[in-house]
Design a protein around this ligand. Structure first.
Ligand SMILES: C[S@@+](CC[C@H](N)C(=O)[O-])C[C@H]1O[C@@H](n2cnc3c(N)ncnc32)[C@H](O)[C@@H]1O
Length: 274
């Protein structure tokens, strides 16, 4: 039976529903791949995404430079081994992992060529590097950039997209061909490039980030503040979010990128030469 990542992710990210929508489509796309062990999760963060994808004991190693996030990942049972480290210098011997997984990490690293060389080093010959990133269409599919462009305000559209880059700390949006060239730096070849997040889904996501005040202060952020987790109102809110949006956003969750079209997200699979 097909997993319902939308409901699963809304349960995890009930306090930030647009994050749940993006991650649900992302994991629906990533879950199609097979993940041969041992698995390394590069930039695992708080581990919540790895936990949904791999389940208890399902990933071998996770690392991230951000200590507070790692501490949260350590509360889960997903990873056998967690380490504070940076992708530029992975503290592992050569050729030990069968799969490297990385979800929404590489766009936050200004120069990815050195990461690719490290990935190629720790991967076994024939091993795969599976990662997700926002795509070369991401900036074009932002709803509020689109609205400005439609009104002839090209400078305003660019200003808005640049604000989003700054807010999300995105440094680049490579095309599949550019990823193929970067993979080659680590002795890997591009095996698959698959777009996800069709344009209407990214429009909704962008509008909902504003609706839920994910940027700056908002009453919603006050309501879901981690400092108020003990209040029963938050349990009620969490249940309401899951019930309402797993129904309301279902068609967006299930929407596919059409043949020959691009999406706001990109899944890349690279294979290490044998
Ligand atoms: C958007 S979060 C994604 C976390 C997790 N993969 C997920 O899907 O929830 C980006 C993560 O990349 C990590 N990161 C940033 N620079 C990194 C680097 N140079 N090496 C490894 N991880 C890095 C951050 O610490 C952060 O946890």
């Amino acid at each position: 039976m097909m997993r319902d990542f939308l409901t699963e992710l809304l349960r995890v990210y009930w306090f930030a529903p647009p994050v749940a929508l993006w991650r649900a489509v992302e994991l629906r796309t990533a879950a199609v791949e097979t993940y041969e062990r041992p698995i390394l999760d590069l930039g695992c963060g708080d581990g919540l995404v790895g936990d949904v994808l791999f389940g208890p004991g399902g990933a071998d190693v996770g690392f991230d430079p951000w200590e507070a996030q790692l501490r949260q990942a350590a509360r889960l049972t997903t990873y056998r081994w967690l380490q504070q480290a940076d992708g530029h210098c992975m503290p592992y011997p050569d050729h030990i992992f069968a799969t490297l997984f990385s979800n929404s990490v590489l766009e936050h690293i200004p120069s990815v060529a050195p990461i690719m060389r490290e990935a190629g080093r720790v991967l076994r010959p024939g091993g795969r590097f599976i990662f997700t990133v926002p795509s070369d269409a991401f900036r074009h599919f932002l709803y509020y950039a689109h609205v400005r462009l439609a009104a002839g305000d090209t400078a305003g559209a660019e200003r808005y997209a640049a604000e989003v880059d700054g807010w999300l700390a995105h440094y680049h949006y490579h095309s599949p061909q550019e990823w193929a060239d970067l993979l080659a730096e680590g002795g890997m070849v591009l095996e698959k490039a698959r777009y996800y997040i069709p344009e209407p889904v990214e429009h909704l996501w962008d509008r909902m980030n504003h609706r839920f005040g994910l940027r700056g202060w908002s009453p919603w952020r006050l309501l879901v503040s981690p400092r108020l987790r003990h209040l029963p109102t938050q349990r009620w809110l969490a249940r309401w979010v899951v019930r309402r949006f797993s129904h309301l956003w279902r068609t967006y969750y299930e929407m596919e990128v059409g043949p020959g079209e691009r999406g706001g997200g990109l899944l890349i699979v690279g294979r290490r030469a044998r």
